[in-house]
Ligand binder design. Structure first.
Ligand code: CIR
Length: 256
């Protein structure tokens, strides 16, 4: 069955998004919406059925739906986002996922952002960041280990989330920026480094046989093509100003 890609509308309040590492610059909302539509087209072309959830105006970061849940074959874990401003994003996403998976939740005092959770078959890497705390890591372990997943914390420094620094390209291969993540955690996996001039290029979204990837990171895209990967370029400049990348803007639900 086709994977489902859940996406979310861009909030008209995105100008008030959370920012950690970047200075605030104006986001062109029309351009951001065009780029988001291009992204959704890329998901469709990569074989997904796309379902876009709406976004009430008071949730600036709601387009970054990846942070609100982590979806496995056996269940989905609804997170408790590290930024308080983002907790109101949870109910609509949880309701949508409840049609497809049994749900578990991350509960106070734990915090987890989905962007910190990197799943590579039965291994789950969890970024230690200001958004995902030690209690979050413990709750993920308690939920996932009974299903046979191995869950490990990974040190992250200099970027927002683990998946700003490392993402899966499939076939036991990761795309990484080693300046931001301790790659010793990734034993047994092959690593492709971002081009040194493109530090933000480690966020790639593998779906089916394609890698959806920002057109802005042309040099790293060449590296991916040189490894035989099929790269679908999308314009991602506007949401990058809100510290979002290509994994952030969807939740992929396999077999739905
Ligand atoms: C935030 O700081 O929460 C948003 N402005 C960006 C979230 C990006 N999400 C992600 O990398 N998974």
């Amino acid at each position: 069955m086709m994977p489902l890609a859940l996406t979310r509308e861009i909030s008209p309040a995105i100008a008030r998004c959370e920012l950690t590492h970047l200075a605030r610059v104006a986001i062109d909302l029309d351009q951001a919406r065009r780029q988001h539509e291009e992204y959704e087209r890329a998901l469709s072309e990569a074989g997904c059925r796309v379902h876009r959830l709406d976004a009430p105006g008071d949730l600036p970061d709601s387009v970054f739906i990846e942070d609100i849940a982590v979806v496995f074959d056996e269940l989905a874990i609804v997170t408790r986002p590290g930024a308080e401003s983002r907790r109101g994003e949870v109910p609509i996403v949880a309701r949508a996922l409840a049609h497809h998976r049994a749900l578990e939740t991350i509960d106070d005092p734990a915090t987890v952002d989905g962007g910190d959770v990197l799943v590579v078959s039965r291994r789950v890497f969890v970024g230690r960041t200001p958004r995902t705390n030690a209690a979050g890591l413990e709750q993920l372990k308690r939920i996932l280990e009974p299903f046979g997943y191995r869950v490990d914390g990974v040190a992250v420094d200099g970027c927002l989330h683990l998946k700003s620094a490392a993402t899966s390209l499939g076939d036991a291969t990761l795309l990484v920026n080693r300046n931001w993540v301790d790659v010793s955690a990734f034993g047994g996996l092959a690593l492709i480094d971002v081009d040194p001039t493109e530090p933000s290029a480690a966020n790639a979204l593998r779906v089916g046989d394609s890698v959806i990837f920002p057109r802005e990171h042309a040099r790293t895209a060449e590296r991916l093509r040189a490894h035989g990967l099929h790269v679908r370029g999308v314009g991602a400049s506007e949401l990058a100003k809100a510290e979002g990348g290509v994994t952030c803007c969807s939740l992929i639900v396999q077999g739905s």
